[in-house]
Design a protein around this ligand. Structure first.
Ligand SMILES: Cc1cc2nc3c(=O)[nH]c(=O)nc-3n(C[C@H](O)[C@H](O)[C@H](O)COP(=O)(O)O)c2cc1C
Length: 249
């Protein structure tokens, strides 16, 4: 049952700012270090080099962006397209260094804490087996964490049946603690704001690559956390997107 008072209490609890000293040399080490999640023991698929050749202008992408709800499940998507989608939405930018001398990304992050992770249930991608993968941001690589059976499980719990046809189901999770350890309760808002910025990147980059994209808002976070073996103290699902070959261009 929806309880407005609880939501208001959460909003209040996340209102106050913590004052952060301007001089980074006074900061504790965990404020300066970016944690890159890796599944070290799993085999990696290193994604191919990316190119912006043939991409439409930002103006064109913004004018035509919309949510797609019809996907052609039988079409194959190239590994190059998957590589570009992940790189320009969530990847690390080799060319840019932040003030903290850390590779920055294609979306903003409060205090460059970058608490978000990407998991992707893939189907019908050239040169990549069906299954669920973790996106290793630092290496621009995919780590296969679960089989096609688990990918299928995610597809069946999605109530929007049309979304099951998408070649890619993208899960954005957050390691809240990475943000909260610096910003306290206000860091909770920062997590959600950052996920929204990343979500829009997926929408725009999908469009630029000729793919359809739709956010999926129904509450299946708990089931997805379970499938991905995430423990709520460490990492939680925030949102889900379906991306694939759209039936309507
Ligand atoms: C957080 C969020 C959750 C959404 N959840 C769903 C959803 O569950 N199902 C759906 O069909 N569209 C969903 N959408 C897409 C919106 O319905 C869509 O953005 C809105 O209707 C505007 O249309 P447009 O994106 O084509 O401009 C979601 C969008 C956002 C930002």
């Amino acid at each position: 049952m929806f309880d407005f008072n609880k939501i208001q209490a959460l909003h209040e609890a996340t209102k106050a700012s913590i004052s952060i000293p301007l001089d980074p040399s006074t900061w504790p080490d965990n404020w300066k270090k970016i944690e890159f999640k890796e599944y070290k023991r799993l085999k990696r698929i290193y994604l191919p080099k990316i190119s912006t050749q043939g991409m439409p202008s930002l103006n064109e992408v913004l004018k035509t962006r919309s949510s797609s709800r019809y996907f052609n499940s039988s079409e194959l998507i190239s590994i190059e397209t998957v590589s570009s989608l992940l790189n320009f939405s969530a990847g690390a930018r080799e060319d840019m260094k932040t003030a903290l001398n850390l590779a920055s990304r294609f979306y903003p992050s409060a205090g460059a804490r970058y608490p978000l992770e990407i998991y992707i249930a893939l189907r019908n991608i050239e040169k990549i087996e069906n299954g669920i993968y973790h996106y290793n941001i630092k290496e621009h690589a995919l780590e296969k964490i679960l089989s096609e059976k688990s990918g299928q499980k995610i597809r069946t719990i999605i109530s929007e049946t049309w979304a099951r046809d998408a070649q890619m189901l993208i899960v954005i999770t957050s390691k809240f603690g990475q943000m909260l350890s610096k910003y306290g309760g206000r860091g909770y808002r920062f997590n959600l704001l950052e996920a929204g910025a990343l979500m829009e990147n997926f929408y725009l980059v999908s469009k630029a690559l000729g793919l359809g994209c739709c956010a999926l808002g129904k509450s299946i976070d708990g089931e997805i956390d379970e499938i991905l073996n995430l423990t709520s103290e460490e990492e939680n699902t925030l949102c889900l997107l379906a991306v694939g070959v759209s039936k309507i261009q």
